[in-house]
Design a protein around this ligand. Structure first.
Ligand SMILES: [Zn+2]
Length: 437
């Protein structure tokens, strides 16, 4: 049987009111993207984007809309339910059920325009197996950058997902094992967190152990990211040579918030990425406020609401300073952790515009910049010839108002149009603030 040559494959031409290619500082009016197979062949002004003479072309028109790269969310928890259940509870759910929940979340991600995710804390093999299932055509989901499971100290944050380890030698072994199992990067918890047996105000791994994580991962060509909800954890992660600081909470061991400009400067100097995770705090505020509309809160719930509101306000303020200092801040939602559900990445993008990003910079932080931060920019993040055709079409102009990213009308993954189901089912994945519900 004769093989169909690549040149004879049909082209797909997408014409739209404007193009955001992920590189240009402004949207390009009357933009077009030409796709063949899974790849972008050309992107630019419609007048300059043409298939070769005589080629078979399917053309789709999206007048008034924006064609742009699919979103890249650098921080997800696909095992999560987003209904307030803490991680300790999620970890008690059988792996098989978590894999199914992850499959459901993966659809929510993809259908809302997130075509690449970096998973930050799944249990055991759940996400590695989900990816295999997606590749085998059994499930639908975005491109996945996986950690396998997070690396933690004994009893440390997210220990329950399977990565407890002690000392540089064990840490090296764990990193090598993760890479062997298919991990694309290494997630480590440099401080405690919401995990019951952990200490969120204290560092967990020491610098020798963090160095072992970074050196071993880098030696295998993998990047690293560290969960840091205390200042000393940030410092340790920087000393260890970790590539991305997650949360980046400037909080001392006494529980007091003290922004540290000297450490922020060091983050900038080392070129370390910051993933601030803001909306995850506000989503808990929203959940408790909604409860409060229904009934009186218990004193514990009220205290929790006050804490999360204060925490959110403070972290927004700190993030504004990081953005002002020109640090490499990128979008990563942290959904579906606690109350924040997958399918709502755009809220995190909105938070970054609230702390000083221009709409276009915010768009880049969830496309081109995020792809660079994850080391997948040769494949995705912008619409350039040779890259995978992960493309979304949105109603409105996100380069003027990022809320347009809520209006995803079409998603193409590797050049294939994604069947997303009804508009109503997609709208149902959106979480609304209590005032709007
Ligand atoms: Zn997280």
């Amino acid at each position: 049987m004769a093989k169909k040559s690549v040149a004879s494959q049909r082209y797909l031409l997408i014409n739209a009111g404007r193009l955001i290619d992920g590189r240009a500082k402004t949207a390009i009016p009357n933009g077009a993207v030409l796709i063949q197979g899974s790849k972008v062949v050309a992107a630019g002004r419609a007048s300059a984007v043409r298939a070769p003479d005589g080629a078979a072309v399917d053309t789709i028109e999206y007048p008034g809309m924006t064609v742009m790269p699919g979103m890249v969310d650098c921080h997800t928890h696909h095992n999560g339910f987003g209904d307030g259940r803490p991680g300790d509870f999620v970890a008690d759910v059988p792996d098989e059920v978590l894999a199914l929940q992850s499959a459901r979340n993966a659809r929510a991600s993809l259908f809302t325009g997130v075509t690449t995710i970096r998973e930050n804390g799944p249990k055991a093999y759940t996400m590695l197996r989900l990816r295999e299932s997606v590749n085998a055509g059994l499930a639908v989901g975005p491109r996945m950058v996986l950690c396998g499971w997070p690396v933690s100290i004994i009893g440390g944050h997210m220990w329950y997902f399977g990565g407890q380890t002690t000392g540089p030698t064990e840490v090296r072994a764990m990193v090598r094992r993760l890479v062997k199992e298919g991990a694309d990067y290494i997630k480590v918890t440099a401080t405690g967190g919401t995990t019951k047996t952990s200490y969120p105000l204290l560092p967990s791994f020491n610098v020798d152990e963090l160095k072992a994580v970074a050196d071993t991962a880098h030696g295998l060509g993998k990047l690293t990211a560290a969960h840091c909800t205390a200042t000393q954890g940030i410092v340790n992660a920087l000393d260890g040579g970790i590539d991305m600081i997650i949360h980046c909470t400037f909080r001392d061991a006494d529980g007091k918030d003290r922004f540290r400009e000297d450490i922020a400067e060091r983050i900038g100097k080392q070129g370390t990425y910051v993933n601030p995770t803001l909306q995850v705090l506000r989503s808990t505020v929203w959940a408790l406020e909604r409860k409060k509309q229904e009934r009186a809160l218990t004193p514990n719930e009220q205290a929790r609401l006050d804490f999360f509101q204060r925490n959110f306000d403070r972290r927004m303020e700190d993030c504004r300073r990081l953005v002002g200092m020109g640090l490499k801040v990128i979008t990563g939602s942290d959904s579906s952790w606690t109350d924040y559900q997958l399918g709502n990445t755009v809220y995190e993008v909105e938070c970054l515009t609230d702390v000083g990003f221009s709409p276009m910079r915010a768009v880049q932080s969830v496309t081109a910049d995020a792809a660079v931060a994850l080391g997948v920019d040769r494949i995705v993040g912008t619409l350039e010839p040779g890259k995978e055709a992960d493309v979304i079409v949105v109603d409105g102009d996100p380069s003027r108002d990022v809320r347009a990213l809520w209006n995803v009308r079409e998603v193409f993954l590797a050049g294939k149009r994604v069947e997303r189901g009804s508009d109503a089912s997609i709208a149902a994945t959106r979480q609304h603030p209590p005032s709007e519900s």
